[in-house]
Design a binder for this molecule. Structure first.
Ligand code: ZN
Length: 752
């Protein structure tokens, strides 16, 4: 039986001391403890030379037993066992840099085993090195290097052995080797020279000599590969045309033209307004000149982004796509004044658009109501807003026209005679109240009449009518299959006129009992000789549900295998909290008919091998273009390079992976595919990728991407700046009723 005792905790950094004691029969325990020192040969040599008091030169400051097996050690230690007493004690001190002081002496048996965890790696690696050596005109040689830094103080750490490895491409170390070692110097730099077997680029990584610790990836490229890209041509274009042509010039590190590069071109819109990405094509014209073509019909600022995926060289340039000719006037939002107070007016939100839906100046719109001009009240978010005020009941013919073209639009706006005020959210089984209103006719006095309310008995049961204090008349109920009708006989004491009641006369409250789930429609009219047209208004009645729960899987690189471990740990902890915000955001919108929502978060750590594979797919600088991010979010588009590690079915899978700073405009630094993913059982995609810094710092960024995964698109209309789905995502957590409907439809897609 193994017996080990630690008198003090194992030191992680700085000075410290650990002692181990063994019983005379604890042979395996000795092997275990000595394996803490990495270089076994040095330990043995030291013991023999210094008579059990020795100094061990350990080239590796990080102490770990992970890769040593006890059985392999045992045979080595048999001989030493014979040298010293049957029971012994030794201890070592951790003294700052690369040395361990220790000694051995005899002691009696000790209590049972207490486990020791290997300490986390205390260093970070920062890629360095020279792109090519001076005097090498073909630029076919290069050094690969990393700087070893203390992860707390960022101070250089000398004497650390670093292992380099070539993962792709024609770069090789001495004698064609794909791996090499170097020890960091006084400035913390560990570097090895190498050459390119032919022109190209390679992904190289560095990690500790024993294969543990963080792994830093970087790129080495030879001459005659793309180092710089220039974009020429293409200024402003009209959306009606939409053809954008650019010349791209590719040069290498010496400024010589590079032919034969496989460039990719994308157009990315200003991230505040759109998530649209347009993919272009690039043709090699020879001599380092390329022609890029893309088609864009959406107006706005468009960032042209060109990249050579082999060398990660990139360039970007803004152009402007102007709206085309006016083609239509569109009313957005509500055209029913009786839906909300004040009932006697409505704000019409109008847009002047080209054939692709791009907004033109809304101040060009002229509005008339029954032939009389209505002044433009405000212009906001490409909308011209007109306030229509109407007493009494009638249908107003609204005509909208463009001052500068023939474009017109017509919209009848109905101000009905009788309507029911809307209740809040109605659940199955609820009793709820709708106030009943009557708008008397214009220029006519009403002294008697009837009000009719027809309803669907399958959906709702009439309970009672609570009269308003000044209601005068009687109520009767007429059975009229398949619905029922309530008939209110009016006998007012004073004559009713539209002037006296511009927002309608409140007759009283109708009390209903909700009978079923679904749309409930009420048809209302007045008989004021003649009868007015029936007005129909419907409201949703909801099933009462327990709290819905959404499953979230955060997929991130294992902290043991990446530089900046502490930063990543903090980021993933923050992201987990940010994911919970989705639940509170949805639940906070219950009054807009959203369900109560909770979130269950799981984590999946990517292995060293998986991190390497993703790095080879998207490059060493992280995600820079849609073709990178969609390999995570919509892998079906990229059958040769899908990223599928760590996916949980029927869960919102959030990859956390850095977005490249080389692209100044990569959308909101998050990308979620909306729609089904081929070969997956999840109804919606449930797959997104997000930048760790953005996800951790922006309060609503993770919830925003989860919203996309639930099927929500961006909300960018005026007045929605605090919507969760506002494209610049960190503003607020509001949702509108349509968005809540979408959430309802998707809430069982990702069960906990
Ligand atoms: Zn978004």
């Amino acid at each position: 039986m193994a017996v080990i005792d630690c008198d003090s905790p194992y030191p992680i950094s700085g000075k410290g001391k650990v002692s181990y004691s063994f019983s005379s029969t604890a042979t395996q325990a000795i092997a275990n403890a000595v394996a803490k020192v990495q270089e076994q040969a040095d330990v043995l040599a030291g013991l023999e030379a210094l008579n059990h008091e020795c100094r061990v030169e350990c080239p590796h400051r990080s102490v770990s037993t992970a890769q040593y097996t006890i059985t392999r050690r045992w045979s080595t230690w048999t001989s030493m066992w014979d040298l010293i007493a049957s029971v012994f004690h030794f201890e070592w001190k951790y003294s700052g840099h690369v040395e361990f002081d220790w000694s051995a002496n005899v002691r009696c048996g000790r209590p049972p085993h207490i486990g020791i965890e290997p300490p986390p790696s205390p260093f970070d690696l920062e890629p360095e090195g020279q792109p090519f050596k001076p005097g090498d005109f073909d630029m076919m040689s290069s050094t690969s290097g990393v700087r070893v830094l203390d992860s707390e103080t960022q101070a250089a750490v000398p004497g650390v052995a670093v292992q380099f490895k070539v993962h792709s491409g024609p770069f090789r170390f001495d004698r064609g080797a794909q791996q090499a070692r170097a020890v960091s110097d006084e400035s913390g730099l560990a570097s090895v020279p190498g050459t390119f077997l032919k022109t190209g680029a390679s992904i190289v990584s560095a990690t500790w000599a024993d294969g543990t610790g963080p792994e830093a990836f970087f790129l080495r490229q030879s001459g005659a590969t793309t180092f710089n890209l220039d974009i020429k041509g293409a200024c402003d274009v009209s959306a009606d045309d939409g053809n954008i042509r650019v010349r791209v010039h590719a040069t290498d590190m010496a400024g010589r033209p590079v032919a034969g590069a496989k460039l990719k071109l994308e157009g990315q819109y200003d991230r505040r307004l759109s998530r649209t990405v347009v993919e272009g094509t690039v043709q090699d014209l020879g001599g380092g000149v390329y022609e890029g073509v893309l088609k864009a019909h959406e107006a706005g600022s468009l960032l042209l982004y060109v990249e050579d995926p082999l060398t990660e060289a990139a360039q970007s340039r803004w152009i402007c796509v102007k709206p085309g000719k006016a083609a239509a006037i569109r009313i957005v939002g509500n055209t029913r004044p009786r839906i909300q107070q004040p009932y006697g007016e409505i704000t019409l939100r109008t847009r002047l658009e080209d054939q692709f839906g791009n907004a033109l100046d809304p101040a060009r719109i002229v509005c008339s109501a029954n032939g009389a001009e209505v002044p433009l009240q405000t212009v906001e978010h490409d909308e011209g807003r007109f306030v229509l005020v109407q007493k009494g009941h009638q249908t107003v013919d609204v005509v909208l026209s463009d001052k500068e073209s023939e474009v017109t639009a017509q919209q009848p706006v109905e101000f009905p005679a009788v309507w029911l005020g809307r209740p809040g959210l109605v659940y199955e089984g609820d009793t709820y109240i709708t106030p009943l209103y009557l708008a008397p006719p214009l220029e006519r006095e009403v002294t008697e009449g009837q009000v009719k309310v027809r309803f669907d008995t399958k959906m709702v049961a009439f309970q009672k009518f609570s009269e308003a204090p000044d209601f005068k008349g009687t109520v009767e109920r007429v059975t009229d299959a398949p619905g029922d009708t309530l008939l209110f006989n009016l006998a007012p004491e004073i004559a009713l006129t539209a002037e006296k009641f511009p927002d309608g006369l409140y007759l009283g409250d109708v009390v209903w009992q909700c009978q079923g789930v679904g749309e409930t429609c009420f048809s209302t009219s007045a008989i004021l000789s003649p009868e007015t047209p029936a007005y129909v208004d419907c409201l949703p009645q909801k099933a009462r549900l327990a709290v819905a729960c959404v499953c979230v899987n955060i997929i991130h690189p294992s902290f043991d295998h990446i530089p900046n471990r502490r930063t990543w740990e903090r980021a993933i902890n923050a992201i987990e909290r940010r994911a919970q915000i989705f639940g509170t955001a949805i639940s906070a919108n219950v009054t807009r008919c959203c369900p109560h929502m909770s979130v269950r978060v799981q984590r999946t750590a990517l292995s060293r091998q998986e991190i390497r594979q993703i790095t080879q797919i998207v490059g060493t600088r992280g995600i820079s273009a849609v073709s990178d991010s969609q390999k995570f979010s919509n892998p079906a588009r990229f059958p040769n390079e899908p990223i599928e590690f760590g996916i949980r079915e029927n869960c919102i899978n959030i990859y956390v992976w850095p977005f490249s700073r080389a692209n100044p405009n990569y959308r909101e630094r998050g990308d979620t595919h909306i729609g089904p993913v081929a070969g997956r059982s999840t109804g919606l995609a449930g797959r997104c990728v997000i930048d760790p810094v953005v996800a951790a710092n922006e309060r609503y960024a993770v919830a925003h991407e989860m919203g996309h995964a639930m099927g929500l698109t961006h909300a960018s209309a005026g007045g929605e700046r605090f919507n969760l789905m506002w494209p610049q995502s960190n503003r607020g957590a509001n949702l509108n009723e349509d968005q809540c409907k979408t959430i309802w439809a998707a809430q069982t897609t990702y069960p906990c």
